[in-house]
Design a protein around this ligand. Structure first.
Ligand SMILES: [Zn+2]
Length: 227
């Protein structure tokens, strides 16, 4: 079972973009796994959505982060029993001074303070969960592929943040290398049956502007079953 418990969005305002990000839940043999933990302003919504699924924060066994931008990786402190799994390449980026406007300098101190923090590289990071290097949005960005039944689901973070990114073939925000960002987007679009993006609802990777596959239910199995 894969479920986008929070779906992100970006809304322009006169005070800058109002941003929320996607948090995806995987029912794993080892226990519930979260992909990203969203921004501060989603903290109450995150625990509330888990409670609707009869999950307490203590039940979460692992958190996998796509990257270290503030809007994707806060709130991990809510999950005391979870392994906090951070892309090694993202840690290296920040450690080597690769900060950008969305990466606070103190982020490495925060994640290091978590009792169960660890890093990962590409490959099978949990049974059935494969991490892919998807540089471009940030130099160390990672995405994840999960097989749900016969459906290849890509949890893409900001390597494909929105359906507009998919239509353009490149994320709209690139802090790293533009060519790498385009290649990462192409890799994800060509390998996945369903995309769970960082700031939008799940969609299927079709040419042109993909439609939201089901705006009312974000359970990926249900979404795919309608097509
Ligand atoms: Zn980002």
């Amino acid at each position: 079972m894969i479920d986008a418990v929070l779906t992100g969005l970006t809304m322009p305002t006169s005070s800058g973009n109002l941003t929320t990000s996607t948090v995806t839940l995987l029912g794993h043999e080892m226990g519930p796994v979260l992909f990203d933990t969203a921004a501060w302003n989603q903290r109450i919504a995150l625990t509330g959505q888990l409670a609707l699924r009869n999950l307490a924060p203590e039940d979460v066994t692992a958190i996998l982060l796509t990257h270290l931008h503030w809007d994707h990786c806060m709130n991990f402190d809510l999950f005391p029993n979870a392994r906090l799994m951070i892309p090694e390449a993202e840690c290296r980026r920040v450690r080597d001074g690769g900060l950008d406007p969305a990466t606070p300098a103190y982020i490495l101190d925060l994640v290091r303070d978590h009792a169960r923090a660890e890093t990962f590289s590409s490959g099978e990071v949990l049974p059935g969960v494969h991490a892919l290097q998807t540089p471009g949005h940030t130099a160390g960005h990672m995405a994840f592929m999960v097989l749900s039944g016969e459906i290849n689901v890509a949890i893409t973070g900001d390597a494909l943040a929105t359906r507009s990114d998919a239509a353009a073939g490149v994320p709209s925000t690139v802090f790293g290398d533009q060519d790498s960002a385009r290649e990462s987007a192409h890799q994800l679009m060509s390998r996945a049956d369903v995309i769970v993006p960082g700031h939008d609802s799940p969609f299927q990777p079709t040419p042109g502007m993909p439609a939201v596959v089901n705006p009312f239910s974000h359970t990926v199995g249900e979404i795919h079953g309608q097509h």
